[in-house]
Every structure is written in structure tokens, then in C-alpha cells.
Design a binder for this molecule. Sequence first.
Ligand SMILES: [Zn+2]
Length: 447
Amino acid sequence: MNKLEDIVSLCKRRGFIFPGSDVYGGMAGTWDFGPLGVSLKKKIMDEWWRFFVEERDEMYGIDAAILMNPKTWVASGHTATFADPLVECKECKSRFRADKIADGINESVTTEEFLNTHTKCPVCGKENWGPIRKFNMMFSTHVGAVLPDDDTELAEKNIAYLRPETAQGIFTNYKNVLDTFYPDLPFGLAQQGKAFRNEISPRDFILRDRECSQMEIEYFVNPKNWEEQFEDTRNMQHEFLEKIMGLPKDKIHELEVPAEDRAHYSKRTIDFMFDYPNGEEELMGLAYRTDFDLSNIARESGKSMEYRDKITNETFVPHVIEPSIGVERLFLAVLSNAYMEDEVNGDKRIVLKLPENLAPYRFCVSPLLKNKPELVIKAKEVYEILKKKYKNVTWDDSGNIGKRYRKQDEIGTPKCVVIDFDTLEDNTVTIRDRDTTEQIRESIANL
Ligand SMILES: [Zn+2]
């Protein structure tokens, strides 16, 4: 198993992911995607959109605003319950998420339970704790002309939150889509976008950051059929993860979340776990959310969320199946699965065996020698042909050919195309395969 540090190092060295605000010494829990990272991330998101939205008739996409009416978060329960247990060391004033520094307790730990674990402060080593306090993880801000010295009442009135999940932007648009597109059940709404969580201690690279991208679907079903729809959705997630993202079946583990650990609104939840370099971690979640959200919105807004069946005239509030995936979690699963170290001619090699549909570049084109103008001119011709056909093609004439191969291996380019003196004679090129390092001759016309 490869190590997370090796992947973090590759990400920085090759321009996939940089620490956020790196030039100013960083900003905890934020990461910036570099040129290759954004390419891979976009491909992951585009494949998801194609697979779950564009290729299906009953799916609709939306893109809601990040700032939402604060009633959203009252209705969804986030204002009251989206909180982690915070504990402060009275000696050194360090603050921690209690359930992350003590064993055998969970998020709902009480002060007494925590003290009974006799945990020592990870910073100063003493054992002198304050009470557990609930720390709400929503980032708050003020909308409009609110000044720092305005009274708290005005500030409270104008408070807004950066959305902690994209799901509520979907639920709040359910009625709009119902009234404009008249879809039959089952139908789904999909959204990709940023979500924000003020994690007490962000960690594990991009697995637990304060700003992330989510891809969520709310699939509206007749409650009579929820079990069947849940199974369909579940199978579709496997198909996407295994066939489109290229993740091996044996690294994905389903965790049936027991009733006592489920969110209060969920009647069934399966966490899809993945074997990350640092161990098994959640990759995505699949939850049966019942009519919890739509009913809350109906109550809070005073508007009916009912659906009327066009044939039977039956009227009810649809239930919801929700597959939810974090883009960064999927990105790291794809990247860590592709990361390999092997040996080529006795030399250690790092290679990213990314699926062809996700690799930032599909081809790298280069002249065998950069100081031979006739080779460079011919290579540019081939480059233009491939660029026009495949778009994601890169050019590399730096260093020697061996070094170029190493670099392209590290960024996951499946094929390197090399133009040499034979090309000038017979219009064939060398194609070198990333995974096998084998080289074949192919006519330019067949590329
Ligand atoms: Zn301390």
C-alpha cells in the first residue's frame, strides 16, 4: 500500500494540488487544485454528470446559490444539530473535537463520558478539561450593509451561512421543477457545487477540508417503492465507481449503518467505504431520507410539497433516496488507486495508472531530439492533428526521452508519441504505453 505522504508530495511536485494560500504560509483546511488537478477533478465531475444526469431521462440538473435564506437551515435541522463536540484544555487553551482525541466515544459524547476516558491534552499532556460544548460547523457571514459595531440584533437579522451541503439547494427547488417540467415519479434532481464545514481540526489531506465540492442527487420516489429504488440507486453507484471511475470492487466496502448511528431522518443508510492509503474511510453515502426534508420545507414555508399522480390522482409527499459524494474524496480514491511504484530496467518508477477517460492528458507528443528542426516541425504537425482530435494532448521536448517518459508516467499520460528520423521516411511514429512501457510503431493516419 502506498503512503498518503507520497501522494501529497506527488500532487505538489507535479501540480495536482497545492496547499491553499501557499504563498502566505497556507490556510488550514484549504487546498488549491493546480493545472493537472483541476483537469482530473473536472473530468471526474463531468463523467458523473454525464452518467447520472445526461444519459437518463428522469434526471434534472440544477445549480443553486451558495447563500440561502437562513430558514433553510432551521428547517433542515442544521442550525440546531449540525455541531461537533468541542472540548477545551484549561491549561493551554487548545481546543479539540472530543471524539477525535479519545477512544470509544462518538459525536454525542457527554462531558462526564469524556472525562471518564482520562484523555490527556495532545498539546500540553495535562488532564484538565472544560465541559463539552456543541460547536456549530456552519460558516456564518452577514448579508448586506452590516458594520462590525452594529448591535447584535441587526447582525443576527442579517446572518447568512455558507451552505454546509448542496442537498438543501435541491430540496428548495423541488417545487420549481415540479411546476415547470411536470415530471412523473420517480425523478431526480442533481447538483454539483461547493459546500463549507468549519471543521475543528481539518486533517487527512483533502479528505477533511473546510471547503469541498459535492455531487448530490435527491431522487424522489413513491414511498411504496422506496426499497426497489434504493436497490437500483445502490447498483448504479457501484457501476459508476467501478466502471467509470475505474475503482476496484475489492477496495469498496459497504457499511450498513445501524439504526442508532443513523441520522434521525434516515430509515436506511449505507456508507460506501474505500481503502485509502491511511486506511478505510468514507467515500460516499447512500441514504433513504424519507419525506423529512420536503415536510420540513412545507412546514417552514407554508407551501405544499405534495405530488399528484397523473393517472391514479393519488396525492402524497414524495420520499427521497440520496446518493451523496464528495468530489475530493473521490479524487483521492482515484488518485491513490492509480498511484504505483514499480521498476523499469532496474530503476524505480512512479506511475499513475489513471483510467484513460480521467487522465489529464491522453497523449504526449515529442520530437526524439529537440535540436533537429525537421523532427520538431514534423512533431508539431502530429501534435496539431492529435490536439484537434482529442483536445487533451500535451507537448514535451524537455530533457531526454527517458526523462520525458518518467514525467508523463508520474502525471498519468497513457501514451507518449515520439517522432524520429523514420517518421520522416515512412510517416510512422513510436507509441509508448504508460502501463507496460512497451513501444510499437504506428502510422500517423491511424492515431
Ligand atoms: Zn493542553
